[in-house]
Design a protein around this ligand. Structure first.
Ligand SMILES: Cc1cc2nc3c(=O)[nH]c(=O)nc-3n(C[C@H](O)[C@H](O)[C@H](O)COP(=O)(O)OP(=O)(O)OC[C@H]3O[C@@H](n4cnc5c(N)ncnc54)[C@H](O)[C@@H]3O)c2cc1C
Length: 440
């Protein structure tokens, strides 16, 4: 066997006891990406494409965090931040309802209290006015990357651009949606209002009782787990390395720089570090004394076998706050938002409510064959915008987290922005609203 180059160390244990091949791990990569969800994988790919030596580590397996079982909508049509006007008062009313799509677990946690205060301050018209165009342009740029990347060899991931329908039970809701669609209409967001009959003709499985819907023909959908793992394959082919079951457990610093990242599989001494650990991020960087106001917002999805011809377009159910996505041979319903900390327990009552939402809108839904019940933690900032930023504290760190409900759609463009920041290049986006310092 050829001797490993300087800066590389063999990691026999990673190859497994049965394997004679020795896996060689680079200990001094140009970039170490912490976390291999959609954001970390897209970052590793964008870096590898630009010729940077990147190693991405994950405490678990690639793409098994929040990027695994989410709804998979690549929908620029839905660009309202979580901190939208009226959300908090509605949320507080929902707190009393155990089946509601929103829940805050009451607990004496100063980080939660401070997050809620910031959330309340951000949930206003003025903030939404600034956030919506930014989120929409990030999503449109993300969708372009999906269009491009899913054409590459080995990227079969059930990506389709056949539109998404926002469904409304109330006439007032439908009318308001039409006004919003007109207000935010751009070339990338053509829409069509469907009355109840037109909607039923487009979605024959739909039950009666809905007022209508707005079809955004340019929206897309994907199988998230397939997309992330296949993109990791492309990144590997382009020169990136992925190390699973490799957890970052601490940092060594000197004079405003991270000099080493300690992991459960030994120490790395990268030139630059990217934090892409989703909802885990605040805990991961505890050593670095950063103020990352991110709360984990748990959501659920249920995935079923999709019978031939059953539902061929994703639905966003406005009143139920749930999404139903036909993904290749599967159909998935997803919803709920629980601010309960990093508590991965499954609340069966809320899972049942998500399933019921599907049944309330679609005929035959209750009879579908369940394959998987999943929960995931959305990484939520209080103003609903991600943090894609360097910090004043550590000159060789880039933060890429806080993608809340939009990470699947925006992950690819985040990867590109981070790669540009790492290389000192102009990212082509105004990053002001996503700076770390807005919370410092
Ligand atoms: C029910 C539901 C539906 C959703 N639907 C959509 C949708 O339709 N469209 C959309 O755009 N978004 C959707 N989202 C949001 C989207 O899933 C997230 O925004 C996105 O997956 C976040 O990606 P990430 O890479 O930041 O985090 P993750 O995918 O969670 O990745 C973080 C990774 O970091 C790793 N990690 C943690 N700690 C460490 C450590 N110490 N060392 C190394 N690795 C570590 C974890 O193991 C994990 O793999 C949905 C979310 C939920 C819950």
């Amino acid at each position: 066997m050829r001797a490993p180059p300087v800066g590389y160390i063999s990691a026999h244990e990673d190859a497994g006891p049965e394997t004679s091949e020795v896996m060689v791990v680079e200990r001094e990569p140009e970039v170490l990406v912490v976390g291999a969800g959609v954001v970390g994988v897209a970052t590793a790919y964008a870096l590898a494409e630009r010729g940077q030596r990147a190693v991405a580590i994950d405490a678990g397996a690639v793409g098994e965090g929040c990027s695994y079982g989410n709804a998979g909508l690549i929908a620029p049509s839905s660009s309202m931040p979580l901190a939208a006007p009226g959300v908090l008062s509605q949320g507080l009313r929902w707190m009393l309802d155990k089946d509601s799509p929103f829940y805050i677990k009451p607990r004496p946690d100063p980080a939660l209290v401070s997050w809620l205060l910031r959330f309340r301050a951000a949930a206003n018209e003025q903030q939404a006015h600034a956030a919506v165009p930014l989120l929409r342009s990030l999503k449109l740029a993300g969708r372009k990357l999906y269009d491009r990347w899913t054409q590459l060899d080995g990227m079969d991931c059930d990506y389709a651009r056949e539109g998404v329908i926002h469904v409304y039970c109330s006439r007032a809701g439908l009318a308001e949606a039409e006004v919003m669609a007109r207000r935010f209409q751009t070339d990338g967001l053509p829409f069509e209002v469907l009355d109840a009959d037109a909607l039923k003709a487009r979605v024959p499985n739909l039950r009666g009782g809905v007022a209508g819907g707005v079809l955004f023909a340019g929206d897309g959908r994907v199988n998230p787990a397939k997309f992330v793992t296949r993109l990791a394959g492309l990144a590997e082919a382009a020169g990136a390395t992925f190390l699973e079951r490799t957890e970052a457990i601490g940092f060594t610093t000197s004079r405003g720089r991270i000099t080493a990242v300690e992991t459960t599989k030994g120490e790395f001494r990268p030139a630059q570090v990217v934090l892409a650990a989703g909802a885990w991020s605040p805990g991961v960087v505890r050593d670095l004394r950063l103020n990352l106001p991110i709360q984990a917002a748990k959501g659920y999805s249920l995935t079923f076998h999709r019978p031939e011809g059953y539902l061929d377009i994703p639905l966003l159910l406005a009143e139920a706050h749930a999404a139903i996505n036909p993904i290749g041979p599967l159909v998935r319903v997803a919803g709920t938002l629980e601010l309960a900390g990093m508590d991965f327990s499954i609340n069966r009552r809320r899972v049942a409510a998500v399933r019921r939402a599907g049944g309330q809108y679609l005929e035959g839904f209750e009879e579908l064959d369940l394959i998987e019940t999943w929960r995931g933690m959305r990484p939520c900032t209080p103003d609903g915008l991600p943090i894609i930023s360097r910090t004043p504290n550590w000159e060789n760190l880039v933060i890429a987290t806080g993608h809340a409900m939009i990470g699947m759609a925006v992950g690819p463009v985040t990867g590109e922005i981070v790669a540009d920041l790492i290389r000192g290049e102009e990212p082509g986006f105004d990053l002001e609203l996503m700076r770390y310092e807005r919370f410092a």
